[in-house]
Unconditional design. Structure first.
Length: 193
């Protein structure tokens, strides 16, 4: 169950409860003071300490942070296009490097394949995963902290089943959300209904 939608009231207690397990079921300890800048509350949006956010950012929130992804950005020219981000050579060239860590023991048996931007006549951002399906249970959104803060919702993407268990989501994005070569991009992978 998502957090309340716009037009309804929303409280820090609801945010605390939702951050506990992605469900509004009143099972979180709300006896201690709660602040919007608490790490578990910020984590629902994938924000770092001190980043700007407001209560309206939490309306209708679905999914919880499942995995932290650290990308060492690679930049290269392949197939007459400039690529930036990270890609493990599956059907495309390898680019950059990645470290994926489950959050708080979150079990999601999906393999990361890449997150990269291509600058072509139709520039786009691509997310590739191995196993899973096109559902919020696999990925509801990703946030990228690199060259600014960016949020990409699965529901706004074009989905492709590439076969062999490989899945791809793409967003029409004119400029890369990644910084320069060898810089670090911090990605939060959200999952859940």
């Amino acid at each position: 169950m998502p957090l309340p939608s716009s037009g309804n009231s929303i409280s820090l207690s609801q945010m605390e409860d939702y951050s506990n397990d992605g469900v509004l079921d009143n099972d979180a300890d709300t006896s201690s003071p709660i602040g919007i800048n608490d790490s578990n509350i910020r984590g629902l949006l994938g924000k770092a300490s001190g980043q700007t956010m407001s209560f309206s950012d939490f309306f209708g929130l679905r999914g919880v942070p499942a995995k932290d992804v650290s990308i060492t950005v690679g930049v290269g020219t392949y197939f007459y296009a400039t690529w930036s981000g990270q890609q493990t050579g599956v059907t495309n060239p390898s680019l950059g490097s990645v470290s994926v860590t489950a959050r708080d023991g979150f079990y999601l048996p999906i393999n990361w394949r890449g997150l990269y931007h291509t600058a072509t006549s139709n520039p786009a951002l691509f997310l590739r995963l191995n196993q899973g399906s096109n559902s919020d249970l696999v990925v509801s959104k990703i946030t990228i902290q690199s060259n600014g803060f960016h949020t990409f919702h699965r529901s706004d993407a074009t989905y492709s089943n590439l076969g062999g268990g490989n899945h791809q989501w793409s967003w029409d994005v004119s400029s890369t959300p990644f910084g320069s070569a060898n810089s670090t991009a911090t990605v939060v992978w959200f999952a859940g209904s």
